[in-house]
Design a protein. Structure first.
Length: 360
């Protein structure tokens, strides 16, 4: 603002100085006013009362037309004398004032140019600042959009990870707590004839007529096994089970429920003594079967356990009885997806319902 005020003052001062330089001096005007305007008389007719013209400028002589011989008796009108009025030489003070005025004008013009340049650069800087702000605002908008999208993606990923972690934790908890059924060993029951009594307190054991075998199923989990279905078989082979044997099912089924850390016997397979213990003890007997069950957790699949035992017989020399031992076989001993066959019954009906359905 102050630069604009200085520019206006400088323009006023310069205008006043130019007006004074173009104005004629008072002294020159007075000399022109005192100079006579009447034409000069001819030298042929001098006037005794008219004085000799005074030279206006000593540095320039007054020129007069040449005198012609008097041919015409009538006097001719002479043209006016041309007088060149030279301007009065300027004094040192006036020249100093003019120099100072020109310097002030030049200074004001320079300041005005600087001010104009400053305004121009300020406008350019303001425009650049506005462009930078627009670009910055756009960049911030894009960054905010990308950041928001990344945050949403991170939240979705975190939720998915949390859901997956919860699912894994639930699966692990279910795996730790669910029911696990395994066949520990076999139980043998010897069937005899009625005992004979010789005297009070003295009895004779009857003859063995059959051997009954069942597998001991134990629930090693922390929750019950429900909807249990069991199938068992027993057969004699010459030496061992052939490699291509598929362990077929029998008609002997069983059902039930086993609590945590509890046991259940499978249905018994009865073998006559004449087939199992009659000498010579040739061949080997094998007991196999499977058990399928559900756990108490919703959405889980039905489980399956397969088992197979080799029944080893040894005749005791001191007695007529047999020494019977059980040894797990290399095949048909697995659980769930490692089983030889898939789940036999995929439904979740109870054993009694299946029995009723089979009976109908």
């Amino acid at each position: 603002m102050w630069r604009i005020i200085l520019s206006l003052v400088a323009l006023i001062v310069v205008g006043d100085a130019l007006a004074q330089s173009q104005r004629p001096s008072t002294r020159s005007r007075e000399q022109r006013q005192n100079q006579p305007d009447s034409p000069l008389q001819s030298p042929a007719q001098p006037s005794p009362a008219q004085p000799t013209p005074i030279q206006q400028n000593p540095s320039q002589p007054i020129t007069s037309p040449p005198t012609s011989p008097p041919v015409d008796p009538q006097p001719s009108v002479q043209p006016p004398i041309t007088v060149n009025v030279l301007p009065r030489p300027k004094t040192d003070a006036e020249r100093a004032d003019e120099t100072q005025a020109r310097q002030e004008v030049a200074e004001l013009n320079r300041k005005l140019a600087e001010f104009s340049a400053g305004v121009f650069y300020a406008a350019v800087g303001l425009a650049a600042t506005l462009i930078f702000l627009v670009i910055t605002a756009g960049g911030l908008g894009i960054f905010a959009f990308i950041r928001s999208r990344n945050v949403k993606a991170s939240i979705a990923s975190a939720n998915a990870l949390a859901s997956e972690s919860n699912r894994i934790a639930m699966v692990n908890s279910q795996q730790q707590l669910r029911a696990y059924l395994t066949a520990r060993d076999l139980t043998v029951v010897i069937e005899r004839e009625f005992s004979a009594t010789r005297a009070p307190g003295d009895s004779i054991e009857g003859r063995i007529i059959a051997y009954a075998f069942a597998a001991n199923l134990k629930n090693g989990g922390q929750t019950p096994a429900t909807n249990i279905e069991i199938n068992v078989s027993c057969r004699k082979f010459h030496r061992t089970i052939p490699d291509g044997f598929q362990f077929p099912d029998s008609e002997l089924f069983g059902y039930g429920l086993i609590g945590p850390q509890d046991e259940l016997l499978t249905p018994f397979v009865r073998i006559p003594a004449t087939d199992f213990a009659a000498p010579p003890l040739e061949g080997n007997w094998f007991f196999w079967g499977w058990v399928e069950y559900n756990d108490i957790f919703n959405g889980t699949s039905r489980h399956r356990t397969e088992f197979c035992f080799a029944i080893e017989r040894n005749r005791l020399q001191s007695q007529a009885d047999l020494a019977i031992t059980f040894k797990p076989h290399s095949r048909f001993n697995a659980a769930d997806r490692h089983c030889l066959r898939s789940v036999h019954s995929a439904d979740s009906r109870s054993g009694s319902e299946k029995g009723l359905a089979a009976g109908t």
